[in-house]
Design a protein around this ligand. Structure first.
Ligand code: ADP
Ligand code: MG
Length: 287
C-alpha cells in the first residue's frame, strides 16, 4: 500500500497496518483529488488554542488537516479539550489563538452531541425535521426527508413515537437522523455512544460506518475509547492531557465492510494495542 504520510511535526508514531483495500474512503479521497497520493484537505487547523475566562487552557496549540472522506477520530483522556476542538471546528466557539481555514469552501456541517438533546414535546419525526423547519423547508418535503433519514437509521416505524418511549440507542439514532437530514458533508460527533451499553454501541458503530460509506461523509469523531477509535477510523489522532496537543497519528486501512469479526482479528487487536500504548505514554508523560 502506498504511504500517504505527510510531514507532521507533532507525530511520534505513524502506524500503518499493511492491510489496504481498494474502495477505502482514504483511497476515495485520493481519487477525488485526481488520483495518486494527493489528499483533499477540507479543513486546516493552524496553531489553534483555547483558554477560558477561569484561566484554564483547554487546548493547543493544535495543527491538523482534515481530509475529505476520512473517518478521523480524536482520542484523548477526559478533559483534554476534545469537545473544545470539535466546537471550534463547528465554529460554535472562537479559538483564543490560531485559526481554521476551509480551502475548498465551508462544507455543510452536521453535529451529533454526546446527549441526543431531543425535544421531549415533539415526536420523532418532528425532532428529525428540526433543521429543515429552521430553514423553512415546506412541510411536505421536510416530512418525507425526515422519514427517509429515519429509515436509514433503522427507525422507520417510530416516527410517531415520543423520545421518552425510546431506548438510549434509539434516541441516539434519532439524533443521527436529525444530523443526516440536512445532508451534511462533514459530520462532527462528540462521544455520541459513550452512554450506551457495549452491544448497543457496537451496533451503532457498524451502522455509522455504513452511513459514512454510503454518503461519502467526512467524519470527525471524538472519543476516549481506544477500541471504538480503532474500529471506526481511517485515522486516529491521540491528544495529550489538557491542554490537548497532538501526540501521535495512526493511519489505518481497515477492510471497508468491517463487522464484529473484525474486532476479533489480530490486526484490530494490534492496532488497539499500539493506540492504547501511545495514549498511556502521553498521559504518563504529562503526569
Ligand atoms: P473533553 O471533551 O476532552 O473532555 P473539554 O473540551 O470539554 O474536554 O474541556 C477541556 C477543559 O476545559 C476541561 O478542563 C473543562 O473543564 C474546561 N472547560 C471547557 N469548557 C469550559 C468553559 N466554558 N469554561 C471554563 N472551562 C471550560
Ligand atoms: Mg467532551
Amino acid at each position: 500500500m502506498p504511504s500517504t504520510r505527510r510531514p507532521c511535526r507533532n507525530c511520534k508514531i505513524d502506524y500503518l497496518p499493511q492491510r489496504g483495500e481498494a474502495g477505502e474512503p482514504s483511497a476515495l479521497a485520493r481519487q477525488r483529488a485526481g488520483g495518486g497520493n494527493k489528499l483533499t484537505v477540507i479543513a486546516q487547523l493552524r496553531g489553534l488554542e483555547r483558554s477560558f475566562s477561569n484561566g484554564i487552557k483547554a487546548l493547543g496549540p493544535l495543527d491538523l488537516d482534515i481530509e475529505g472522506g476520512e473517518f478521523l477520530s480524536l482520542l484523548g483522556p477526559s478533559g483534554c479539550g476534545k469537545s473544545t476542538a470539535l466546537r471550534i471546528i463547528a465554529e460554535l466557539l472562537m479559538p483564543s489563538a490560531g485559526g481554521l481555514a476551509w480551502p475548498g469552501g465551508k462544507p455543510r456541517i452536521g453535529f451529533v452531541f454526546q446527549d441526543p438533546t431531543l425535544m421531549p414535546w415533539s415526536d420523532v419525526r418532528g425532532n428529525v425535521r428540526l433543521p429543515l423547519d429552521l430553514k423553512r423547508v415546506p412541510r411536505r418535503e421536510s416530512n418525507s426527508r425526515a422519514q427517509a433519514a429515519l429509515a436509514r437509521v433503522g427507525l422507520s416505524g417510530f416516527s410517531d413515537a415520543y423520545p421518552r418511549a425510546l431506548s438510549g440507542g434509539m434516541r441516539m439514532r434519532v439524533a443521527i437522523a436529525r444530523a443526516l437530514v440536512a445532508k451534511p458533508q462533514l459530520l462532527l460527533m462528540d462521544e455520541p455512544f459513550a452512554a450506551l451499553d457495549e452491544i448497543g454501541r457496537d451496533a451503532l458503530n457498524e451502522d455509522l460506518l455504513k452511513l459514512w460509506r454510503e454518503d461519502s461523509l467526512t467524519i470527525v469523531f471524538v472519543t476516549h475509547s481506544v477500541y471504538e477509535a480503532s474500529f471506526l477510523s481511517t485515522r486516529i489522532v491521540t491528544l495529550s492531557p489538557r491542554p490537548g496537543r497532538i501526540v501521535s497519528e495512526f493511519r489505518l486501512s481497515p477492510p471497508p465492510g468491517r463487522t464484529s469479526e473484525w474486532r476479533a482479528s489480530r490486526e484490530f487487536v494490534e492496532t488497539a494495542r499500539q493506540v492504547s500504548l501511545s495514549l498511556r505514554t502521553a498521559v504518563a508523560t504529562a503526569a
